[in-house]
Design a protein around this ligand. Structure first.
Ligand code: GLN
Length: 258
């Protein structure tokens, strides 16, 4: 039985010695049962171990994928010419930019297609490294992610059936307006005009105009041109509603990728 006497323990003596000293105040018959406790790691040691384990998990498992030799880019691939599908391949301006970023940083580019209203969340949560999806820089989004330098000047435009009585922005008030859920067209119409009808993507909002389910759609100018080029019964009104810039979103503080 270890009987270590220390009336005045030096500060910082390890807890094993302190524990043994306290054992001397415990009646002898109980000491044997308590003896194994002397070999238990102290609570503070367990705390440190826990902290170290958490740090290790964060560094190894929660580490940005970019540090594991790849860049996981998220996008919503119904936004030509910025991102669109050709069979199983996602093509467009944003994948091209990110492919070049991957090439210059010696990493592999992995692209995941998801709904537009999830791309920023995927970056914030650490699931993805970059959201490249024709994303307009807005003050609300700036609070969640860091943005690259802007690479395109963009705008929201109104698409109507050819010959529609809607000719300018004031005319859409009180009409059925289709937008893409969570996109800047949605934000603009909701704040400045009225509650719009929300679709999962711009293509579906435009299809709703073509099908007569809504009177107009408000979406980004470049995809609007592509969609209207494929449907001669639609037109884009000449006056844009907004002036915006696209940039690529990364996790806050990810200076390596920026
Ligand atoms: N530019 C718009 C936005 O950022 C729409 C982007 C998109 O649909 N991919 O909200």
């Amino acid at each position: 039985f270890p009987a270590v006497r220390q009336d005045k323990p030096e500060p910082g003596r390890n807890s094993f010695l302190l524990r043994c000293r306290q054992v001397n105040h415990i009646p002898r018959r109980f000491r044997l049962h308590l003896f194994p406790l002397a070999f238990m790691p102290s609570i503070s040691f367990l705390n440190h171990l826990g902290a170290l384990l958490t740090l290790w998990l964060l560094l190894c498992c929660g580490a940005p994928a970019a540090e594991n030799g790849r860049i996981l880019m998220v996008t919503e691939a119904t936004f030509p010419p910025y991102e669109f599908r050709d069979g199983n391949t996602i093509l467009g301006i944003d994948p091209e930019i990110m492919r070049e970023v991957a090439r210059r940083t010696g990493r592999e580019l992995v692209i995941e297609d998801m709904s537009f209203d999830s791309v920023i969340t995927a970056v914030v949560s650490g699931k993805a490294d970059a959201a490249a999806s024709g994303i307009t820089v807005t003050p609300e989004r700036r609070r969640k992610v860091d943005f690259s330098i802007p690479y395109v000047e963009a705008a929201q435009v109104i698409i109507v059936p050819k010959g529609s009585p809607i000719r300018k922005r004031e005319d859409i008030r009180g009409k059925r307006i289709g937008v893409q859920h969570g996109a800047t067209g949605d934000i603009y119409v909701t704040r400045n005009i009225q509650q719009p009808e929300r679709f999962p993507n711009g293509a579906l909002a435009v299809a709703a105009v073509a099908a007569g389910k809504v009177d107009a759609a408000v979406i980004d100018q470049d995809p609007a041109k592509m969609y209207v080029a494929g449907n001669e019964r639609l037109e884009i009104l000449p006056e844009p509603l907004t002036s915006e810039s696209y940039a690529i979103a990364v996790r806050k503080g990810d200076t390596v990728l920026l």
